[in-house]
Design a protein. Structure first.
Lengths: 151, 266, 716
């Protein structure tokens, strides 16, 4: 079937079985390899993307389900001219990315939180990131980075 | 899962028609269970088609209707967490929703999915039991205490779609989930308790989410301590990868004691 | 070179070299690399834990035309995964022995995944079964033994004022790097094979490939892709993935991708060694330490892998960070029919230090003393000798870290929840930086540094970036030693056809040992540049100082060049309703010599500390019929952001003269301290002593109810 949706602000149209995982379509058909597969069962959050502004695990979404929707991946966080967002900058400055494999998903989960709450508490940050596993940082620097972006 | 046909109905009527006419078809909502099983090839028998009910307008929303709180079968847990009506009339359900997975799962998980999947560990299921919820399908209303018929088996007909869940108003239900981790955890014991009427509903302690009959009888006599003692005979916990029967038994009693504010053991 | 002196880079938390790519999603990990025409590979594994392959049959009704099948008969070289011992086959041969239930038997490749899965269902393997061994009690085959002796441990202890005996147990742990194992093999002209993979040690893989595929040095090319975490899990296992991918690529005559999914990674790859550690400690009533008698038994699993080295480190650290005149440490590693255990951050030391630290608590309790005071009395200081007889001459941070941690920890407030008990525990640990004994001498890790005609400098090393900051730190070290700006230094890719063998990226050795080589090469290059013009190249290989002595046969001497030290204080909430333990706060003071990059040093410590919290509390692997039951992320639980404690790190700088700018290796150290501190905190909260980790809610609740039997008697 043909599935049409908006990816990082750009309309895309793909031919695919509607039951394929959004994750696979992003990585294999659309070359968006910033979205990672860590477990394939919605436990690690490495494949997190935003659909209409809500964070989801793209391994749990059938691509047919994004027809007509807005999908944002890590590649869409920077400005069109490539300038990194404040949150991305903060991740670098605070050492929130170590091996980097959880970073794209972590950024998207944090991005949603900052859109919703301009002054989140540390506990709110932890809750917002609880679906994204990280094994390198102990989460400390990630939480610091997110808190540094509050207005 | 490459050869699974994807069907997207436009509305409830279309969904019912497609579901009745497509063999070996499973409803797909948020995909939090089904997509995992399809990808891993562990869904038996393997479906040939999925019916995407996620975006059907009639299956969305949280609303007051006929003196009940009605929640669309494909409404997300996040939708419940953000609903003022849900907070007011079914706070225990909101509490349960907040313990499910984390943001990613709460954004996709649904009551319809939790019910159809019928896992004994389904986090909302004891809450629905404690509220005496009603499962509304495309053809009838099923009282929740008649819904679970065996391990991952339900009273649904093969071509019957869950449309909504209705919860009676005005009941106080206490909830607690025990799952080792603060997020992204599958419950080892999950419990919802109402004092009046007496309801003690527990998950992960038997092959189905169950109502603890002996404990409820004691509670109906206002004998909280008796309920804590009796609940051990109501449950059938097992040893598995997540926990042990002994632990589940002890924690079931401890959690019930805590939820009932029963006096500590002598 | 500019005439103005650039701002020093060392000691500053400069941006991570590859940071912008990582946050922008541009970084290519192995599975992100598209290779034209590549097929997908798959490993077919045993389904029984012990036995023999009787026959392998391919279903004749299935169309095998578009599938490549590799068996042991297709191995051009030796059927051995090269490591310490030659016991592990690449693939179990026909009639060959099966030693664990994830034993690879054959390999498949196909142009698409559906066909691959389909093909796997059309293979029939017949076995002859044998009786497996799962427990250390039953194990008869011993991989190796070690005995460390210092002074004389008395057999007759009648006159000793107090003798405390205790047995401890530690469980399996999965590294759980978020990027699973994977490799892509690409056949090249002239019989060469290039493997791009997620790995820590390019030259381990290089040697393994050469041997199994019968390749020359030049024919085996190993390239590290950006690697999504390692923690030791990508030290030795990637050799297997790489050989398998290469065998498939060779037979298919085209590139093959072999990427594990999480289930396979959890089920089949190496874990931290579980074990049993017994202590018998003799003291005077005033706390004077008289003797330590220690026995360590580790479970190596089915094959030797790195077990002898892991348990060597376990044995050397077994007496803890303390000075004792009489020590006996007897260690052995035994074989069982579970998947092989291997490298994991800490490498045996967390296991033995867990027991050593809890012994301090038990002795203190017996004597009615504060365990902090006892630590002060016992701790190693400059001039003291360790269990191997190593005299500590410099950079001994024991007291510094103890004081710093105690000063930083606030007072414990009681919980306001009636069913929650709060408690605090402390530990003091040390960890040898670099390879054990003569390891560095034998290895002679080498790096090169080039001055290029355009005025920039290039570091050539096989040391890998796996998140810990190698790329950034090496550039900082070179820039400062050269006196140039950080932007003038680059790092060559970790490709064995380009870079020399710097040794593996393990054992807390990269910053300290290899980093010092970078610094020394830069210093030498700076001298040469006064007289010569680029291009220039300087190579540096490790030379063991004459003052370092190690006797491998007696286990006497300088076990490590130096030690890093840490004191950790944890606060826990124990829920008496559920037995759940939540570590709420963790303060850790670490003597790192010199913090080359404070933010990255803290990052290492925080990440390692949480990994240790997981090991101590919720990370559990249950073994059933020789297989791991917790073989999915839904059942193997690691801490989430909501579970993680508030972590406070205090970096104590106590320079080491041979480290780069004084730095010592700290990659593994944070794995050592939290577990015993947590068990002590649970005791502080509840009065119950656990002797086993993970301290799962099941164990804690049983202990609280007095229904848990342990080797040390019923707990109450």
């Amino acid at each position: 079937m043909t599935v049409r949706f908006t990816l990082n602000g750009v309309p895309v149209s793909i031919e695919s079985s509607g039951s394929r995982r959004l994750l696979d379509v992003l990585r294999e058909d659309l070359g968006k390899t910033g979205t990672k597969e860590g477990c394939g069962e919605g436990e690690c959050g490495a494949c997190s993307v935003l659909i209409d502004g809500e964070v989801v695990d793209s391994c749990l979404v059938a691509v047919g389900q994004v027809e007509g929707r807005n999908v944002l991946t890590v590649e869409g966080l920077a400005a069109p001219n490539g300038e990194l967002s404040r949150l991305q900058q903060a991740f670098i400055e605070h050492g929130a990315a170590q091996c980097g494999i959880c970073t794209p998903g972590m950024l998207l989960a944090a991005h949603v939180l900052l859109q919703r709450a301009t002054q989140p508490t540390g506990d709110q940050v932890r809750e917002a990131l609880a679906g994204n596993l990280c094994r390198c940082t102990g989460y400390t620097k990630i939480i610091e980075a997110v808190l540094s972006c509050t207005t | 899962m490459h050869d699974v046909t994807y069907l997207r109905p436009t509305d409830l009527k279309d969904a019912v028609r497609l579901y009745r006419s497509t063999p070996e078809c499973r409803p797909l909502a948020g995909g939090t269970d089904l997509m995992v099983m399809l990808h891993a090839g562990t869904f038996r028998p393997a479906p040939r088609a999925v019916l995407d009910v996620w975006s059907i307008p009639e299956l969305k929303g949280v609303r007051r209707t006929q003196g009940m709180l009605e929640i669309g079968a494909a409404e997300s847990y996040t939708g419940m967490i953000r609903s003022r009506d849900a907070h007011e009339h079914a706070p225990a359900l909101v509490a349960a929703a907040r313990t499910i997975g984390a943001a990613q799962i709460q954004n996709r998980g649904t009551l319809g999915g939790n019910l159809a999947n019928a896992s004994p560990a389904g986090d909302t299921l004891p809450v629905l039991l404690a509220y005496d919820a009603v499962v509304v399908t495309d053809r009838r209303a099923i009282p929740i205490d008649q819904f679970f018929t065996g391990y991952r088996r339900t009273a649904l007909q093969p071509d019957e779609l869950i449309v909504a869940v209705r919860i009676p108003l005005g009941r106080h239900v206490a909830f607690r989930k025990v799952g080792t981790r603060a997020a992204q955890a599958i419950s080892k014991v999950v419990m919802a308790v109402s004092r009046s009427p007496a309801r003690v509903a527990i998950g992960s302690v038997a092959e189905v989410p169950l109502r603890a009959a002996r404990a409820e009888a004691a509670l109906a006599r206002n004998d909280a301590a008796g309920a804590v003692g009796a609940v051990a005979d109501d449950i059938r916990p097992i040893n598995d990868v997540r926990s042990t029967a002994a632990y589940r038994r002890a924690v079931t009693q401890n959690v019930l004691r805590e939820l009932l504010h029963a006096p500590p053991r002598p | 070179m500019s005439s103005t002196t650039p701002q020093p880079a060392v000691g500053r938390s400069v941006p991570r070299r590859e940071g912008a790519d990582k946050v922008a999603g541009r970084t290519r990990y192995t599975d992100d690399i598209a290779v034209q025409g590549a097929w997908y590979g798959k490993t077919v594994r045993s389904t029984l834990p012990k036995g023999r392959v009787r026959s392998i049959a391919l279903d004749p009704a299935f169309d095998w035309g578009r599938v490549v099948v590799v068996t042991a008969d297709d191995i051009p070289g030796e059927n051995v995964v090269h490591l310490i011992r030659d016991d592990q086959p690449v693939l179990a041969p026909n009639e060959g022995e099966i030693r664990h239930r994830e034993e690879p038997i054959l390999l498949l490749a196909a142009p698409d995944r559906a066909l691959l899965d389909d093909a796997a269902h059309h293979i029939r393997i017949e076995y002859e079964t044998a009786e497996p061994v799962y427990t250390l009690d039953q194990a008869t085959e011993v991989f190796s033994t070690i005995e460390i002796r210092k002074g004389e441990v008395p057999e007759d202890v009648e006159d000793v004022e107090a003798v405390v005996e205790r047995t401890f147990q530690v469980g399996l742990q999965e590294q759980l790097y978020i990027e699973p194992q994977g490799a892509i093999a690409i056949p090249e002209p002239d019989g060469a094979i290039k493997v791009i993979g997620s790995l820590q040690c390019p030259y381990y893989v290089h040697r393994a490939l050469k041997r199994a595929l019968n390749l020359t040095d030049e024919q085996a090319i190993v390239v590290q892709a950006e690697t999504g975490g390692g923690f030791g899990g990508k030290e030795e296992y990637p050799s297997i993935v790489a050989i398998h991918a290469a065998l498939l690529a060779r037979k298919a005559g085209r590139p093959v991708r072999l990427i594990y999914d999480r289930h396979e990674d959890l089920a089949a790859t190496t874990k931290r060694h579980p074990g049993v550690i017994r202590h018998r400690t003799g003291v005077k009533k005033d706390g004077t330490l008289l003797f330590q008698d220690i026995e360590i038994v580790l479970d190596g699993g089915a094959y030797c892998t790195l077990t002898p080295v892991v348990f060597s480190r376990a044995a050397i650290h077994a007496a803890g960070a303390y000075s004792c005149p009489n020590v006996r440490i007897q260690a052995r590693a035994a074989a069982t029919n579970t998947p092989p255990n291997g490298a994991f951050r800490g490498f045996g030391a967390p296991q033995s230090l867990f027991a050593a630290e809890l012994m301090v608590e038990h002795v203190a309790e017996r004597l009615g003393m504060s365990s902090v005071d006892l630590r002060r009395k016992w701790m190693l200081r400059v001039g003291d000798t360790t269990a191997t007889g190593q005299k500590l001459t410099e950079s001994v941070g024991s007291e510094l870290v103890l004081d710093a941690a105690l000063k930083a920890a606030s007072t414990v407030q009681p919980s306001n929840r009636p069913t929650v008990r709060r408690g605090r525990g402390l530990s003091l640990v040390f960890h040898g930086s670099g390879f054990t004994g003569s390891g560095e001498k034998k290895l002679q890790g080498t790096i090169a540094l080039e001055a290029l005609p355009d005025g920039t400098f290039r570091i050539l090393t096989a040391s890998t970036e796996i998140g810990q900051g190698t790329k950034t730190i090496f550039c900082q070290l070179a820039a400062d030693a050269l006196g140039v700006g950080l932007d003038q230094v680059v790092l060559a890719p970790q490709d064995t056809s380009l870079v020399p063998d710097s040794g593996p990226t393990v054992a807390s050795r990269t910053a300290m040992i290899v980093g010092r080589l970078v610094q020394d090469a830069a210093t030498a290059l700076k001298q040469r540049l006064k007289r010569e013009a680029p291009p220039l190249r300087v190579e540096k290989a490790y030379i063991q100082p004459d003052s370092v002595h190690w006797d491998e046969t007696t286990y006497r001497g300088d076990a490590y060049p130096v030690y890093a030290w840490a004191c950790t204080i944890v606060d826990v909430d124990v829920d008496t309703t559920t037995g759940e333990v939540h570590v709420t706060d963790l303060v850790t003071a670490v003597d790192c010599g010199k913090a080359l990059h404070p933010v990255m040093a803290e990052g290492q410590i925080e990440g390692g500390s949480l990994q240790a919290v997981g090991w101590a509390t919720i990370e559990e692997i249950k073994v059933k019929d020789g297989g791991y039951q917790n073989d999915r992320l839904a059942t193997y639980l690691i801490p989430t952001a909501l579970d993680a404690p508030r972590i406070r790190t205090i970096l104590v700088e106590n320079p080491y003269s041979r480290g780069p700018f004084g730095a010592k290796g700290i990659g593994e150290l944070p794995m050592d301290g939290p577990a015993p501190a947590i068990i002590a905190a649970i005791h502080d909260a509840t009065g119950v002593w656990l002797d086993e980790i993970p301290a799962t809610p099941e164990k804690v609740l049983a202990a609280l109810n007095g229904t848990r039997e342990t080797g040390n008697g019923k707990q109450s």
